[in-house]
Design a protein around this ligand. Structure first.
Ligand SMILES: Nc1ncnc2c1ncn2[C@@H]1O[C@H](COP(=O)(O)OP(=O)(O)OP(=O)(O)O)[C@@H](O)[C@H]1O
Length: 451
């Protein structure tokens, strides 16, 4: 898996090359009151003269249609969902010099947490004994399944500097080297890749699918002394004329053999969210910190608005274009994507106000409702490829505009975005394509790492 990417690209924020995700000033996002190869699976279809089943055993009745069945696991996932944001709080273990202090943040139950006399309830709370594997099970596994089912899916990590965002998203740099590729400390991103590839291989590799009844997959090859090698349970149909054959082929197209699912995954490690006055930033770093802060402040503002809109049901202008960060992430925020937000907090007493601020941010994020739909196209291959070209062009334009544009304050937006977000985006396309007796999976991974 790792060989797909050059290690430089994949290396997370090591202390050495980590982007200076510099702290913020008093433009805290929480300033608003909070309460509230293409795989070729040999598909075998025999066209016989006469509808007979011998020597094969009878096949089970038709269960599901291919359109909801291209990918295993998809059958239980609805094609559209008014999805709330899944919010997980992760409390990191105390560092050596924090050990004496005791923890200011307490996990109360599996989904509630307290800080001072404030109690918050989220979807899950991971505490100091929670492992990387635990967090992967909470957010990584569902993300992979959603993505395979055709939903765009995002994970954001939010929290002050040093609260454990990068550790959660990537793991420590030592866990990402090839020798440690099975380290327990590896974070969400490598685990998501591993899982995605293994699921895709599991689904498509070496599987024989009955293209006259695509619900029948992973059929077994048998050998019979009399009839030779055959595929067990394969559908056989009588055909007398070319027209009969064409009708069978058409039926398969109608059944969705030509469907394609496309989904995007965004894995986002945001800049630290602390107030700038708590840092010693000066000069250019101070200015840069101000810009980052502004972006995160706009993100906070956007999240407030989206939360209000979701709760009140009233339409209003959503200011995605107020900052590059919100523009870049708009699909994940209130749009066509499932979103999980991991809010990382430090247990330290010294970080109490920042941790409280993070939990309030998390509470507001919880109110957002996204509208995720399965991105499925059933056009013919040419149309589908056209769509892919269009998406790639859009992406190129976006990347180019990020590179060239300049913010009002004179900062390059590319630089600005780089400092503000560490984003890994990839697209997955799964399709079964004509010609008829061949099943092809197209995968395209696009790596956009901004750091
Ligand atoms: N759950 C954890 N278990 C063990 N160590 C952790 C955990 N979370 C964080 N750490 C350690 O705490 C330190 C700070 O974590 P990390 O670099 O992930 O913070 P961050 O929120 O990404 O900070 P920044 O905003 O500066 O990028 C690192 O040394 C990291 O290894």
């Amino acid at each position: 898996m790792k060989s797909l990417f050059n290690s430089k690209t994949l290396t997370p924020n090591s202390q050495k090359n980590k982007p200076p995700k510099v702290p913020k000033e008093n433009l805290d996002p929480n300033s608003v009151p909070s309460d509230s190869s293409p795989y070729k699976s040999p598909g075998f279809s025999k066209l016989f003269s006469g509808k007979s089943r011998s020597p094969l055993p009878p096949r089970p009745p038709l269960k599901r249609k291919l359109s909801s069945e291209i990918l295993e696991g998809a059958a239980t996932i609805p094609t559209a969902s008014d999805s709330g944001v899944q919010v997980i709080v992760r409390i990191r273990p105390p560092s050596k010099d924090e050990e004496e202090e005791g923890s200011v943040v307490q996990k109360l139950t599996g989904n509630s947490v307290s800080i001072s006399d404030h109690t918050f309830t989220f979807d899950s709370v991971a505490d100091t004994v929670s492992t990387q594997e635990d967090v992967f099970h909470l957010v990584g596994l569902p993300l992979v399944e959603n993505c395979l089912a055709g939903f765009n899916s995002s994970i954001f990590a939010y929290g002050q500097t040093g609260s454990g965002k990068t550790y959660t998203m990537w793991g420590p740099p030592t866990a990402l080297s090839d020798e440690n590729s099975l380290s327990n400390e590896r974070g969400l991103t490598p685990r998501v890749f591993e899982r995605l590839f293994s699921r895709i291989n599991e689904i498509y590799n070496e599987q024989i699918t009955d293209l006259l009844d695509p619900t029948q997959r992973n059929l077994q090859i048998r050998e019979d002394v009399g009839t030779g090698v055959y595929v067990e349970s394969l559908t056989e149909e009588f055909v007398y004329t070319l027209k009969d054959v064409n009708q069978l082929l058409m039926k398969n197209v109608e059944d969705g053999l030509n469907a394609a699912r496309m989904s995007r995954i965004n894995l986002v490690d945001l800049a630290g969210s602390e107030r700038q006055k708590h840092t010693k930033a000066a000069g250019d770093r101070l200015k840069e910190a101000g810009n980052i802060n502004k972006s995160l402040s706009q993100l906070g503002n956007l999240i407030n608005i989206l939360g209000e809109v979701s709760q009140s049901g009233k339409q209003r202008h959503i200011p995605y274009r107020d900052s590059k960060l919100t523009f870049l992430l708009q699909e994940s925020l209130g749009g066509n994507a499932k979103l999980a937000m991991i809010c990382a907090v430090s247990p330290s007493v010294r970080c109490k106000s920042e941790s409280l601020s993070t939990l309030r941010f998390a509470q507001r994020a919880k109110a957002i409702k996204n509208k995720a739909v399965v991105n499925e196209t059933t056009q013919d291959d040419v149309n589908m490829l056209r769509e892919q070209v269009r998406l790639l062009r859009d992406e190129l334009v976006r990347i180019k505009s990020n590179r060239g544009a300049t913010m009002g304050d004179g900062y390059s937006t590319a630089e600005h975005a780089r400092r503000t977000v560490n984003l890994l985006r990839m697209s997955l396309t799964c399709t079964t394509a004509m010609p008829f007796i061949r099943m092809t999976v197209m995968k395209r991974w696009r790596l956009m790492k901004m750091m």
